[in-house]
Every structure is written in structure tokens, then in C-alpha cells.
Design a protein around this ligand. Structure first.
Ligand SMILES: [Zn+2]
Length: 167
């Protein structure tokens, strides 16, 4: 099997065997690829939106997955976290987000996630971002210490108000 990204055949075969369903929408795809049914056919997906896109330029196996043509066309080169906010992903039937995607995508997101700490001097607030997601609830765990939670109760941000006085 040849591909236009110069990915070695054994690597491509491994990814295809691993990702039998679309890594995003979990659709059962048509094998082999059919041009007239692109949206339901398997396509090579670059998890990273940035170069390198070609194997000989440094593309890595861990940044590759197989997704259906319709997910591939919808995402294009958007950052995953930005794509998850689009109506294509938030659509009730698809429900594509960092919690619903297949393991290779979750692992990729884990690799690129970094803790971010910001301090806003104007309002004297310290914000620690632990992970990306949609905030569904904010709870106060102590006086002026707030946690933003996602729908599963994971902590997304910790905010400390009047941080200067506390630290
Ligand atoms: Zn899909």
C-alpha cells in the first residue's frame, strides 16, 4: 500500500490495523478506500496540525492515525482542541471531544498538554490550567480559591483570587 506522505508500508499497516474505526467519530469505514465514498473511507490523519507532514521530513508514527474522510475534511489543519468546539464535533450524534476520541488521539493530547500558570496582576488572580476542556461547573474549595470542572468532574483550572495576599 502506498501513500502520499512517504510513510513506510509496515508503519501504515500497523496504524490501519489499530484504527479499524475512525479515531474521532468511531464510524465503521469502507475498505479499501473508495473515491466516490470519501466521507466513509479511511484516510491518513496527521494528529499534529504542524509540519512535518512527510516521513522523510521527520513525521513520526505516534502522530499518525486513521480517520474517516468526513472527519479529515472537517478538521483539516485546525488544532484538535479548536476543532472539538466546531458544530461538526459538538453535534449530538458525533460528540467528538478529548474524552470520546480513540486512545491514540487521547495519548497525543496528553503528550502536547502542558500545565499553564498565569498571574493577572490587575485583578491579583493566579490561574493554573491543568488540562483543556469545557467548563461546566465552578466550585469554591476555600475562600477565593475556585476550581473549574468539566462534566466528568476533572479539574481544568485552579483560580486563586487575591493571590498576592495568600502566597
Ligand atoms: Zn470520523
Amino acid at each position: 500500500m502506498s501513500n502520499s506522505f512517504k510513510i513506510p508500508a509496515d508503519v501504515e499497516q500497523r496504524i490501519r490495523q489499530r484504527d479499524m474505526l475512525c479515531v474521532y467519530c468511531h464510524k465503521v469505514m469502507i475498505y479499501p478506500y473508495r473515491h466516490d465514498r470519501h466521507s466513509d473511507s479511511p484516510t491518513i490523519e496527521h494528529l499534529r496540525e504542524e509540519e512535518p507532514f512527510y516521513w522523510d521530513k521527520g513525521l513520526k508514527e505516534e502522530d499518525l492515525a486513521i480517520c474517516c474522510g468526513s472527519c479529515n475534511s472537517s478538521r483539516r489543519r485546525k488544532k484538535l482542541i479548536d476543532w472539538f468546539k466546531t458544530t461538526y464535533c459538538t453535534d449530538e450524534e458525533r460528540n467528538i471531544n478529548e474524552n470520546t476520541v480513540a486512545k491514540p488521539v487521547r495519548e497525543y493530547l496528553q503528550r502536547i498538554s502542558v500545565m499553564k500558570i498565569t498571574y493577572d496582576k490587575g485583578v491579583d488572580a493566579l490561574n493554573v490550567t491543568l488540562r483543556t476542556g469545557s467548563v461546566v461547573k465552578t466550585v469554591a474549595v476555600a475562600h477565593e480559591v475556585m476550581l473549574d470542572l468539566d462534566k466528568r468532574g476533572n479539574v481544568l483550572h485552579v483560580e486563586v483570587i487575591e493571590a498576592g495576599a495568600k502566597l
